[in-house]
Write a protein that binds this ligand. Structure first.
Ligand SMILES: Cc1cc2nc3c(=O)[nH]c(=O)nc-3n(C[C@H](O)[C@H](O)[C@H](O)COP(=O)(O)OP(=O)(O)OC[C@H]3O[C@@H](n4cnc5c(N)ncnc54)[C@H](O)[C@@H]3O)c2cc1C
Length: 427
């Protein structure tokens, strides 16, 4: 029996090669970035354009982790609505946060256009589809709040949502015109391509195992013993955080997000599925998200088991979800299955830490990092250069590990099972 290997639908298309540039002994730079995902790359590009010597080091290949594996849904906003942000953080910070959140999807599409990135994209909006009366009321509130903030959002009734998605079982939802779709692997590799053209140097397949301050410099030690000295450091390891920064990994719940892609579908079948090209997340506690993908495939993702999947059966719940939403796909073959890590936090907000001056960390995108990390990277760089805390929309907080983090897998698995049951009962 051949071993099963998860393969994403995104790597079918050619993407730019990253020139090999391994760390040499005793290098130095202005800014060292640990992690070459969207956050590391968008930070690196911005810093290089300001004239800084930038070194990005990643334990894997560029695009091999969440940034290249994700659903490619570009979603403006955080998990919280603008009114909540203002009530929670006050007029000034809450208002700035709401404004920042609103800008994150534009940041992606503007960057692609400005830098002429070869990234397939469609800015046709994001739909949050409501599966219950309570979810419908929440969708109405959310849409009204964004409308009050000048966004031409729309509340969708059952006819609207059925026409736009072609899916069964929703009561309505809301439409956010700021959102859309990108090809995430192409986006990540293109960010690396323009980054290196701007002078960023990227060392792939190199894990940083130690990070410490020595006099005026930061010293990063790679697992092969090579040393990199830097004036400032950004740790952009997100859900893949290891023991490099003490306690960081224990501030995060690294959930598994699983995805499937169908075989290429006929135009006849596709005609009634997301005919206007929006992307969708639904309102269930255990969210499913879906969109049209490359090569006329339909893509759907959602939470998966906490153990590493070794068998296609681990994706069976997503196949059921797809066929429940789209009975016309009941005979469609599932050709691709893959997964990655998503960083959740207990307060559902991204966290920014600066455990020592000159070392900045951002993590916890709650599955919305495409826009968020694109927009946040330049802010982190500007903060390091200016020390102006207003450059960063989120409060800079101490690293506070989650109590009983060692038991997270048991807790998360139990919570997922429970929420799935509640979602099913509400259907
Ligand atoms: C399956 C899936 C679907 C998703 N769908 C969406 C979506 O549709 N829309 C959306 O907005 N978001 C989505 N997300 C979330 C989004 O992908 C992430 O929030 C985003 O990519 C995070 O980017 P990043 O640069 O912070 O981290 P990552 O892309 O995770 O990069 C972190 C990097 O750090 C490296 N690293 C870790 N430790 C070390 C070390 N010690 N030394 C060197 N390197 C190290 C890792 O190798 C990794 O490459 C999804 C995520 C997954 C997994």
């Amino acid at each position: 029996m051949t071993a099963f290997t998860p393969v994403s639908a995104w790597t079918e298309a050619p993407a730019p090669a990253i020139p090999a540039d391994p760390l040499q002994s005793n290098e130095s730079c202005d800014l060292a970035i640990v992690g070459g995902g969207i956050l590391g790359l968008s930070s690196g590009l911005h810093a290089a354009r300001q004239g800084q010597a930038v070194r990005i080091v990643d334990a894997a290949g560029v695009g091999d982790r969440a940034s290249g594996l994700n659903g490619g849904q570009v979603i403006a906003s955080l998990k919280y609505d603008p009114d909540w942000l203002i009530a929670h953080f006050g007029e000034k910070r809450g208002g700035a946060l709401a404004q920042f959140a609103a800008s994150t999807a534009d940041a992606v599409f503007e960057l692609i256009t400005r830098e002429k990135l070869a990234v397939p994209r469609e800015a046709r909006g994001w739909i949050q589809a409501a599966h219950s009366e309570a979810a419908m009321r929440a969708a109405e509130t959310r849409a009204k709040q964004w409308i009050a903030h000048g966004v031409p959002a729309k509340i969708l009734n059952v006819e609207d949502v059925t026409r736009l998605t072609g899916a069964k079982g929703y009561l309505g939802g809301w439409f956010d015109p700021r959102g859309g779709a990108i090809q995430p692997f192409a986006y990540t590799r293109e960010l690396a391509r323009i980054g290196t053209a701007a002078g960023v140097r990227i060392a792939e397949n190199t894990r940083i195992r130690r990070l410490q301050r020595e006099n005026a410099a930061w010293v990063l030690e790679a697992s092969d013993g090579k040393m990199l000295r830097a004036k400032t450091v950004i740790v952009a390891t997100n859900a893949y955080a290891d023991a490099l920064v003490p306690g960081l990994a224990r501030t995060l719940l690294p959930l598994h997000s699983f995805q499937i892609a169908t075989e290429p579908l006929s135009e006849t079948i596709l005609a009634s599925i997301l005919p206007e090209g929006q992307v969708v997340s639904d309102s269930r506690r255990i969210v499913v998200y879906y969109r049209r993908g490359p090569n006329r495939r339909m893509l759907l993702g959602g939470r998966g088991s906490m153990s590493e999947p070794t068998d296609p059966k681990a994706w069976a719940h997503l196949e059921h979800a797809l066929k429940r939403l789209y009975p016309a796909l009941s005979d469609a073959k599932i050709e691709k299955r893959w997964f990655g890590h998503v960083a959740m936090t207990l307060d559902h907000l991204p966290h920014v830490h600066e455990p020592e001056p000159g070392l900045i960390i951002a993590a916890g995108c709650q599955g919305r990092g495409v826009g968020l990390m694109t927009a946040l990277g330049p802010r982190l760089v500007d903060y390091l250069a200016t020390r102006d805390a207003e450059r960063i929309p989120f409060p800079i907080t101490p690293i506070r590990p989650i109590p009983f983090h060692a038991f997270r897998n048991i807790g998360i698995s139990a919570a997922i099972a429970w929420y799935r049951l509640v979602d099913m009962l509400e259907r």
